[in-house]
Design a protein around this ligand. Structure first.
Ligand code: PLP
Length: 514
């Protein structure tokens, strides 16, 4: 027993039975715990037991899980059997050959910490609602900032940011604060005219959550000025500077530059130091979208790529990607959290009014983001870092990157694959190119037609590989070409898995061609 305490009013509790309780008798409570623990343990101890993608269909799933609302309870046994079926009918993000999108396995520590957080069910709105969990979140946020080398002002005092449901919400909150802060500064200095559109700048590799955020904020998607990227998919800094200058001359109101610290398609890292300079020269908010890649800054091998990150006004990162915590856990960091507080400050409703006098105890997360009720996301971050330590977590990230580099090497060495982007972090983009097509590509006259045919072939290969259940790759569109994309944020993936996956792709392509 951990000795969580003895109830002070035991007698009153005993005397106060009620008919409508959802509490369970002790034996049933334990049986429930054992049943679900067995399910989770079995899953965590055999990550390759199930195919990467289930052999299923929407029709089958509707038959299995689309039933009516039960008036009477099913009982524990039927429920756990149904839950086991849910596991079997899912795509396995923990499988070592799951390379699609950015999908990470949950660490066992993260998974059990999530269960503990759910049992406690704190509502992490503020210190007074959840004193321990609020401190844990502040600590987790500070640790994450330190991990990626982001030293904000005020990070050690109250909080340099907060955890969110994911990177999309982190980006949305960041752009809101950026816009509010810049609009406020500009109007104070009498700079912005009334109606000219406020514009923000990002490369053509930017994640879709940025234009979406611009839309939600009422700025409009067309106010995201798309700047071309270079050969290696990093923002063209000179084009960025020119675009901003010409927009200013045209009377627009640039307010923010968003750089990618790991683009979602190829993992390219924008030259952050140079982008920071452009932002500074033009008095713009500098946001770094590191949802995919920022945590790689914790590794010795990749740290140098992220130079300039420390100059950002805000940074998004996703513990549910490269810290391997269960979904959903994003994080937004502010260099000066006070600006976020000023942006979100509104007229406070009576019921959330804070009466605490001491500053730390008056702390509220609603001052820094959109959510009021918030789950205890920090426990899984804090537990993961506490249990494994930074060295072990960074080593796992570093090995993911090395495994992606190995894949790129295998692709380059093969006669029937073509590498389509450098494997900067943990992503390898490539395509299958049979020998005959390789010759045709060298011929200017045939190139377009051959490329179109390869696009179709690789798309069919991807679909068939995905449904085959042996490995799962997704795709990227790179300069109009269809690329197979393998993303590795998985501490289980080995070089053998890479070899097997390339073999599966080769075999599948052969079947489709033959
Ligand atoms: C994943 C990702 C996002 C969105 O994060 P979610 O956690 O999926 O909401 C934003 N930007 C980049 C670069 C990403 O990789």
């Amino acid at each position: 027993m951990l000795g969580l305490g003895t109830p002070m009013l035991k007698d009153a509790h005993d005397g106060g039975a009620r008919a409508g309780t959802l509490d369970l008798p002790q034996s049933e409570l334990e049986e429930l715990g054992r049943a679900f623990a067995r399910l989770a343990l079995e899953y965590l101890s055999e990550p390759e037991a199930l195919p990467v993608f289930p052999e299923t269909s929407a029709e089958k799933l509707s038959g299995l899980f689309g039933g009516g609302l039960p008036a009477e309870g099913l009982g524990l046994e039927a429920l756990t059997r149904a839950c086991a079926e849910v596991f079997r009918q899912s795509r396995q993000n923990g499988h070592p050959r799951m390379f699609g999108y950015v999908a990470s396995p949950a660490t066992p520590v993260g998974a059990w910490a999530s269960l503990a957080a759910a049992a406690l069910n704190s509502n992490v709105t503020s210190w007074r609602s959840a004193p321990g969990p609020t401190q844990i979140e502040q600590t987790a946020v500070r640790w994450l900032a330190e991990l990626i080398g982001f030293k904000g002002e005020g990070l050690n005092e109250t909080c340099g940011g907060l955890l969110t449901s994911g990177g999309s919400m982190a980006n949305l909150n960041a752009l809101f604060v950026a816009h509010r802060t810049q609009a406020h500064d500009a109007s104070r200095r009498g700079l912005w005219g009334e109606r000219a559109p406020a514009t923000l700048y990002a490369s053509d590799q930017i994640h879709l959550s940025i234009p979406k955020a611009a839309d939600i904020l009422g700025l409009g998607r067309e106010q995201v000025r798309v700047v071309p990227s270079d050969e290696e998919f990093r923002i063209d800094v000179r084009a960025l500077r020119e675009r901003i200058e010409s927009d200013v001359r045209a009377g627009l109101r640039p307010f923010c530059v968003v750089a990618s610290a790991g683009t979602v398609s190829t993992g390219a890292v924008d030259p952050l130091k140079e982008v920071a300079r452009v932002a500074r020269d033009n008095s713009l908010w500098f946001h770094v979208d590191g949802a995919y890649g920022a945590l790689a800054a914790s590794t010795n091998a990749k740290r140098a790529l992220f130079e300039g990150l420390e100059e950002a006004d805000s940074v998004s990162l996703d513990p549910h990607k490269w810290l391997y915590t269960p979904l959903g856990c994003g994080c937004l960091l502010f260099r000066e959290p006070e600006r976020a507080r000023a942006a979100f400050k509104g007229t406070e409703e009576g019921y959330i009014k804070v009466f605490e006098r001491e500053e730390a105890e008056a702390f509220a997360f609603w001052d820094y983001g959109t959510e009021l009720s918030r789950p205890f996301r920090a426990l899984k971050v804090w537990a993961t870092l506490s249990f494994y330590g930074v060295k072990r977590v960074s080593a796992a990230i570093e090995e993911d990157c090395a495994t992606a580099a190995y894949m790129a090497e295998r692709v380059r060495a093969a006669g029937d694959f073509e590498l389509l982007a450098p494997a900067t972090l943990g992503i390898c983009c490539f395509r299958y190119v049979p020998a005959a097509a390789r010759l045709e590509l060298e011929d200017e006259g045939q190139r377009e037609e051959t490329n179109a045919r390869l696009d179709r072939l690789n798309e069919r290969v991807m679909q068939r590989v995905q449904r085959g259940g042996e490995a799962y790759v997704s795709n990227a569109s790179l300069r109009g070409r269809f690329a197979l994309r393998a993303s590795i944020t998985n501490y289980r993936t080995t070089r053998r898995d890479i070899d097997l996956t390339l073999e599966v792709i080769r075999r599948t392509a052969g079947e489709l061609e033959g």
